[in-house]
Design a protein. Sequence first.
Length: 402
Amino acid sequence: MSELTLSPQTVQEPVPFISLIPQHQSIADEVTSAVGRVLAEQKFILGEEVSELETEIAKHCDSREAIGCASGTDALILALMALNIEPGDEVITSPFTFFATASSICRAGAKPVFVDIDPITFNLDPEAVAAAITPRTKAIMPVHLFGKCADMEPLWRLAVRHKVAIVEDACQAIGAEYRGRRAGVLGTIGCFSFFPTKNLGGAGDGGIMTTDDVDLAKSLRRLRVHGDAGHYHHLEIGLNSRLDALQAAILRVKLRHLDRWTEARRANAARYNELFAARGLTDDIRLPSEAHDERHVYNQYCVRIPNGNRDGVMKHLRGNQIGCMVYYPIPLHIQPCFASLGHRVGDFPQAEAASREVLALPIYPEMPAHHADLVVDGISTAMSKCRSQADDARILPFRAAA
Ligand SMILES: *Cc1c(COP(=O)(O)O)cnc(C)c1O
């Protein structure tokens, strides 16, 4: 009966955008025993698991200090608080990023000043940053978007010349490298997220801040516990933003595997690059870039599909059970909640074009290799449809005239 109703050739194997299950299965015993250890001790807030993780993360990115907190968003807010950012201050950042980059600036009481991005890297355009600096600028917040470090050297020069801090939004970039140094030590304070789909993901929310500045580290440690300097002496008004011991114990297990998982992401990216080139698609589709002196960690593998073809390709892929996502569909300067900044469509043409053209493809470390083939096959088919539709559109006026 099934032979009559099912034709296996036309039922395509689903290609999930991401699955966290195979990764967990590969380390389930280690994770279970780490969780058991915390439950046996019943010490859930901060404590040894958190301080051990802090030491290990500091070692991983070569920072002097690391300070755990409740999320990547809180890491950004706490970083700005420790830098004494206040109402009236300005923080320059990108409009093409996850919402929390800019909302953290507002939550810290300051004003986000958006500048346009570089169309190749999707990261802050350093010349646009230079043009936006005013006497009220207190910090620059570059985002290492999708796992690729922002172009930091021009930002270092600006930071020194204008005496402003750099807060790295490294939430997507743990282990990424720029000229031999890792994300987290490329600015004054680095901020990471342990959201489950980040490269180092916990079993819930979590975050961490890195810095080489011992005084800032002290301040961050106070600010995450209500500004308590010890024995209920409050020097400042902080947050309740701690990393749970349970999360820390799980993250310590996962950190031991992170470099291997990152290499798997990079191998998947290399495979995509080869497949796109082999099918002659690199004129129509722009692939992620990586310079010789950097390490992209591919939290996302985002291609650019221009000429209005992105949404058609996305529809075709999804119709064939191939997962893909748009990060990010609406640039932040035109989000309703930032209307008071007075921006309009057209203010940041590169960010707006990126929002129309990017498409993130499956890249998780355990993705089966042949899934990349299915994804690129799907895009190839969709692109030939787009091309023939474009040809039809060109022929149409002649037909109408005939
Ligand atoms: C995930 C992310 C954040 C926020 O992290 P949470 O842990 O979810 O609060 C901030 N910025 C960027 C670029 C992110 O990708």
